[in-house]
Design a protein around this ligand. Structure first.
Ligand SMILES: C[S@@+](CC[C@H](N)C(=O)[O-])C[C@H]1O[C@@H](n2cnc3c(N)ncnc32)[C@H](O)[C@@H]1O
Length: 276
């Protein structure tokens, strides 16, 4: 649990609140954010691409990448769909470049306000985005309308299924501090728990599917690299906010160098559904 009173300016889940993603610890303004997003891509792109392939990705698909971040999935989809097109939307597009591909458009906008014509896309994808929105249900309902008949919505969000059952107290401590800090800025690592398919079903989608990808730490792989960058970026705030001490942070991160340490950070919940 939080060790500090977050104060009214940090209240989570207030639909009237201004966008806190763009101003919080994960803002594109942070000097390390591009590297953090690229590490996220190296960790998760293969997982996302496998789900697209299983949905029958075709050369002529029209794709919408929501919260495109540093753009690797938008770029990859542009190459996979040469006879289709890709729209990459983000509230902050500084890391995206429409010049990467002829069939790629970059759109700056807040997903909560943006509209596209009904039935415009064969694939709509959002990774690590819905958890940052105060009303993901409304956005999912909109996205379902933007799908053409037969089109797929694929949503991926990290969830903290396993953190509190970690046998490593130093790891539990820093992960819990991270989760509390994100929650205080309105980013919810719990909302996706099992609810994504239900919400997609309520939005009229069918052929619902769900899979869970654990983010294994301690093996020296891409998740380790991502978590190190994540803590480099948010660590000073966690200490300032008295969620952890610098010694506790160092102790937790040192586990990543311990050959006997193997654990789970978060898990990525990946859900999909199809417009009839
Ligand atoms: C954690 S990053 C994930 C980036 C990318 N989807 C990935 O997984 O590699 C979340 C992205 O969503 C964008 N974002 C956050 N809130 C948004 C909103 N309301 N509308 C559009 N984009 C938003 C952020 O700017 C950021 O690029």
């Amino acid at each position: 649990m939080s060790q500090i009173d977050d104060g009214p300016e940090h209240l989570a889940g207030d639909p009237a609140a201004p966008d806190r993603y763009s101003t919080g610890v994960l803002s594109h303004e942070r000097p390390t954010e591009l590297k953090r997003l690229q590490a996220l891509e190296r960790m998760a792109d293969a997982w996302s691409q496998r789900v697209f392939a299983e949905r029958g990705l075709r050369k002529d698909w029209r794709c919408l990448e929501l919260g495109a971040g540093a753009g690797s999935i938008a770029r990859w989809l542009s190459a996979q769909c040469p006879d289709g097109k890709v729209v990459a939307l983000d509230i902050d597009v500084r890391f995206l470049d429409a010049g990467w591909a002829q069939n790629l458009d970059v759109v700056q906008g807040d997903l909560r306000d943006v509209e596209f014509p009904p039935a415009s896309f064969d694939l709509i994808h959002a990774r690590a985005l819905m958890m940052h929105l105060s009303n993901p249900e409304a956005v999912i309902a909109k996205a379902a309308r933007w799908l053409a008949p037969g089109g797929w919505l694929v949503l991926e969000d990290p969830v903290n299924f396993a953190t509190d059952s970690s046998p490593h107290s130093a790891w539990r401590r820093i992960m819990s501090a991270l989760e509390d800090a994100l929650s205080a800025q309105g980013s919810d690592l719990t909302w996706a728990r099992r609810r994504q398919p239900t919400i997609m079903g309520e939005a009229g989608l069918i052929e619902l599917g769900l899979t869970l990808q654990p983010m294994i730490v301690g093996d020296g792989g891409a998740v380790d690299a991502f978590m190190r960058l994540f803590f480099d970026q948010v660590g000073p705030s966690l200490i300032d906010q008295k969620r952890v001490t610098s010694d506790q942070l160092a102790e937790g991160l040192a586990l990543l160098d311990d050959p006997q340490f193997l654990d789970i950070a978060h898990s990525l919940l990946i859900a999909w559904g199809r417009r009839p």
